[in-house]
Design a protein around this ligand. Structure first.
Ligand SMILES: CC(C)(COP(=O)(O)OP(=O)(O)OC[C@H]1O[C@@H](n2cnc3c(N)ncnc32)[C@H](O)[C@@H]1OP(=O)(O)O)[C@@H](O)C(=O)NCCC(=O)NCCS
Length: 225
């Protein structure tokens, strides 16, 4: 069942995120401002890379997420980031916290600002449409958030976990992640997430909450010639 997590972008775009997909041939990506993640089939041939180039355009960033596929040699590497994919164990319970509030379209400017100040990973104006995003406010200010991103069959990824520096260490992230996990489990999915290898604060938080490492991953992006 975890095999769909080997290509979580493709498995989401083929299924529950089909309404957010753009496609050319066998290549797919998200709508602009939702996500830059793109996918080609496993073991792509030259035609599949051509499909992706036509989909994204010359000079564009091909953000391959965790795909191990190697693009043609003239596709210039833009970034490489080592990390881990973690899974919520089967039958591991999660309790929802009452202070988490659902964030809507009107909250997007504050969510973008929070993401820009904390850098939890990519977050765009329409990323919220990928799932449910929850936040915590202190005196009206959004100080922490977390949300749902990739959605392969049977799984929901927790993402954009972030807390303003002045509000850290109070358990906001822990409560937001467990609240999302409770919601995900209640609809029959299992939570998973990704974290950069160097982000030891987040990694130890996730492991303390019960997440277990499934595999190392490498996030890569290439410039299309
Ligand atoms: C990772 C992050 C979301 C944690 O947010 P948080 O609300 O401080 O999280 P919590 O309070 O639930 O737990 C933080 C951990 O740091 C400890 N801590 C204590 N004081 C702290 C402080 N002043 N600042 C940060 N962490 C502190 C907490 O005890 C806890 O440790 P534990 O997991 O061993 O119990 C936050 O540091 C952040 O926004 N980082 C930048 C964005 C990011 O990397 N996001 C994760 C992407 S995968």
């Amino acid at each position: 069942m975890a095999a769909v997590l080997d290509d979580p972008v493709g498995a989401s775009l083929d299924g529950r995120h089909a309404h957010l997909a753009r496609r050319v041939g066998r290549a797919a990506t998200y709508l602009p401002d939702v996500s830059t993640f793109a996918t080609v089939p496993p073991d792509p041939d030259a035609a599949a890379w051509n499909d992706l180039a036509r989909l994204l355009g010359r000079g564009a960033l091909a953000d391959l997420f965790s795909s191990p596929a190697t693009p043609p040699p003239d596709w210039e590497p833009v970034f490489t980031l080592d990390g881990f994919q973690l899974l919520w164990p089967e039958d591991h319970p999660a309790a929802a916290a009452p202070e988490a509030v659902e964030l809507g379209a009107a909250d997007v400017p504050e969510m973008l600002d929070l993401a820009a100040r904390t850098r939890p990973g990519p977050f765009w104006p329409r990323t919220r449409e990928m799932g449910t995003y929850l936040g915590v406010r202190e005196n009206g200010t959004l100080v922490a958030m977390a949300g749902e991103r990739l959605r392969p069959p049977g799984w929901t990824e927790i993402s954009a976990v972030c807390t303003l520096p002045e509000a850290r260490g109070r358990g906001h992230a822990a409560r937001l992640v467990t609240t999302l996990a409770a919601r995900i489990l209640a609809r029959g999915d299992r939570p998973f997430l990704h974290v950069a290898e160097k982000n030891t604060t987040a990694l130890s938080l996730y492991e303390r909450l019960g997440f277990e490492i499934r595999r190392p991953v490498t996030f890569r992006g290439f410039r299309i010639p």
